[in-house]
Design a binder for this molecule. Structure first.
Ligand code: GUN
Length: 298
């Protein structure tokens, strides 16, 4: 039996970063405009430290101005809100990203609401969520938009396809559903309490797994030939590699799924690299809009 084609997210992301780099050089040459992206990290969360370091590095590589502000884990909420207000008023900062999760003393919703929606490169502000669901122009959450780009490159027109989004988070599941709906898919949002979940998954031409449960989706949950996008990044123990070692797996059981799917993203090297590339894209677009320029087609 033939195996699924692997969707190479790393290669997609590289091409997108290259387009962003060209756009940044053009903005500088034609308008003396250098997009600026500021990332705020509160605390010491290990995974967040890695993401934030990569964001900073890749932002610089495109020629943008990158700033990373690291705050102590005990930072009071008001101090973070004051910082956001300062960044909102800084014309050299076009994009603001506050890395999530935040420590318990800080209300995430309050922090997201404090960011100027035009500088909200995550697309998490309620104004941008509303714009997305009403079909208006808005910064779009980076991970789901990366999934959509890979789907469109792989499948072309998505009109009429049955899509199932497994997971209902504000960061991935809900915006993913909105994006697929905007592409004229018939969309189901499923989650951990969905009845007959394997059957519902088997109906889908496009299956997006974003529940955060290691290898939950098995090969026999997948419609033969379906396109499977695995958003999960789960670290599990890997005793086969030696005592105390770990490995990354997705929400999809890759070995059984690749025997059934038509196309599938791997973990790592699938959706992950697309997230930062789209953050860079959002920062360039935000800089253009804030300066009354047409955003480039990226
Ligand atoms: N933490 C995990 N993913 C994300 C993301 O896309 N944006 C922010 N701000 N924090 C995150």
């Amino acid at each position: 039996m033939s195996e699924a084609e692997i969707i190479d997210g790393k290669a997609f992301a590289k091409r997108l970063r290259d387009r962003v780099t060209v756009a940044v050089a053009t903005l500088k040459a034609d308008h003396n405009l250098v997009p600026g992206l500021t990332v705020v990290l509160v605390g010491e969360d290990a995974a967040s430290q890695v993401y934030v370091r990569n964001k900073g590095k890749q932002t610089q590589e495109t020629g943008m101005i990158s700033d990373t502000i690291r705050l102590d884990a005990a930072t009071p909420e008001q101090e973070l809100l004051d910082l956001i207000e300062k960044l909102n008023g800084d014309d050299a900062v076009h994009g603001i990203l506050v890395q999530l999760p935040l420590p318990d003393q800080i209300d995430e919703a309050k922090v997201i609401a404090a960011i100027n929606p035009d500088k909200d490169v995550d697309g998490f502000h309620v104004v941008n969520v509303g714009r997305l669901w009403t079909g208006a122009t808005a910064p779009v959450p980076c991970t789901p938009y990366g999934c959509l780009q890979m789907l469109k490159e792989t499948l072309g027109d998505l009109t009429g396809k049955r899509a199932l989004v497994l997971g209902r988070s504000n960061i991935v599941g809900k915006p993913m559903a909105a994006l697929l709906l905007n592409e004229h898919c018939t969309v189901t949002i499923a989650h951990s309490r969905t009845v007959d979940l394997p059957e519902r998954c088997r109906e889908a031409d496009i299956l997006i797994a974003a529940v955060g449960r290691p290898e939950m989706v098995k090969g026999d949950w997948i419609k033969p030939g379906a396109t499977v996008i695995d958003v999960g990044i789960n670290r599990i123990e890997a005793p086969e590699k030696g005592e105390g070692t770990t490995r990354l797996v997705g929400d999809v059981d890759f070995e059984s799924a690749k025997k059934v799917a038509g196309h599938i993203t791997p973990v790592p090297g699938g959706v992950g690299p697309m997230t930062i590339a789209n953050l860079l894209r959002n920062a360039v677009i935000a800089a253009c809009r804030q300066n009354g320029l047409d955003a480039p087609d990226l």
